[in-house]
Design a binder for this molecule. Structure first.
Ligand code: R5P
Length: 298
């Protein structure tokens, strides 16, 4: 079966990589903006195959990328695609999965419902932020089948090359599955910290004695956004005499202008991430694991 790989505007290189692993060439629709900022998609005389995989990550500009995805998927369905697999390597709005104050929107539900409405049949995401809601709960919001692949093996292998038997640290309970896996692969030990989020930017990490003195450390997490979480962890590790500290994450959101400078200032030696988001740190390529998942589900 031929599966077309169609690229949105955000990660065209990743789309090309996925296509290469699938033995096809990616298709790039015309994506422009009207002077007022509205998005315009043109497919020309392109006729999609029955099954298509549309590749669009949700950073930067989560709202624009979402609208672009909605318009494109709707168009692909209109042009004849029967099954649209939305490959959304970084699925935004996943952290808005609970009502923290009265009347707050559970936005991830809205996002999934709208993608369902325009015709998305499957979502393939990388290291989904399944902290409070599980995959089954997300699927209960819509008719979309949700599939997850993990970049943690690739990240651990890359980071592990330069570290000697590092202590692997997960910043919070939710990251335990990734810290444990990375430690297993590197044949070393891991620990998980206790984090309390006070606000989007203020984090508290419960102080605890770690076996970090003189050791290399690999901190592993799904997202680095403001960097607040990792900065607190680095400070605590440095205070306990840690050696080289590498931070590895799947999605380098890096939302603040001083996220990276803050991390390096705190004592981070190296930062590595995947190409789910297009930036200079995305050196771990997830195209093969996404292509394998597409092959598995089609
Ligand atoms: C939280 O549950 C996530 O796994 C990350 O730890 C978090 O999103 C990182 O955010 P920030 O970099 O803003 O602290």
């Amino acid at each position: 079966m031929t599966i077309d790989i169609i690229s949105g505007s955000t990660v065209p290189g990743l789309a090309a990589g996925i296509a290469r692993h699938m033995g096809v060439v990616a298709h790039y629709p015309s994506i422009t903006k009207f002077p007022d900022g509205e998005i315009r998609i043109i497919e020309g005389d392109y006729t999609p195959s029955e099954t298509v995989a549309y590749v669009q990550t949700m950073h930067p500009h989560p709202n624009d990328t979402l609208v672009e995805m909605q318009i494109t998927v709707d168009l692909l369905k209109e042009l004849g695609a029967k099954r649209v697999i939305a490959v959304v390597p970084y699925l935004g709005y996943m952290r808005q999965d609970a009502r923290h104050v009265q009347g707050e929107a559970i936005s991830v539900r809205t996002v999934l419902k709208t993608l369902d409405f325009v015709g998305v049949n499957d979502i393939v995401g990388v290291d989904l932020h399944l902290h409070r809601l599980g995959q089954a709960e997300l699927e209960s919001f819509c008719k979309i089948r949700i599939h997850e692949v993990s970049a943690m093996d690739l990240l651990a292998a890359k980071a592990g090359k330069k570290l000697s038997k590092p202590l692997v640290i997960g910043p919070d309970a939710e990251s335990e599955r990734w810290a444990a896996r990375a430690a297993e692969l590197l044949g070393t030990d891991y620990d998980v910290l206790e984090k309390t989020r006070i606000s989007a930017k203020e984090i508290r990490i419960k102080p605890r004695k770690l076996d970090a003195n003189g050791r290399d450390v690999l901190i592993i997490d799904d997202i680095v956004s403001t960097g607040g979480t990792i900065m607190e962890v680095i400070r605590s590790l440095k205070a306990q005499g840690a050696g080289r500290i590498t931070v590895a994450c799947t999605h380098a959101v890096l939302s603040d202008i001083d996220t990276l400078t803050g991390l390096f200032r705190a004592g981070m030696g190296e930062f590595i991430a995947t190409n789910t988001i297009n930036n200079e740190f995305g050196i771990v390529d997830v195209s093969s694991i996404i292509a394998d998942k597409i092959k598995e589900i089609t």
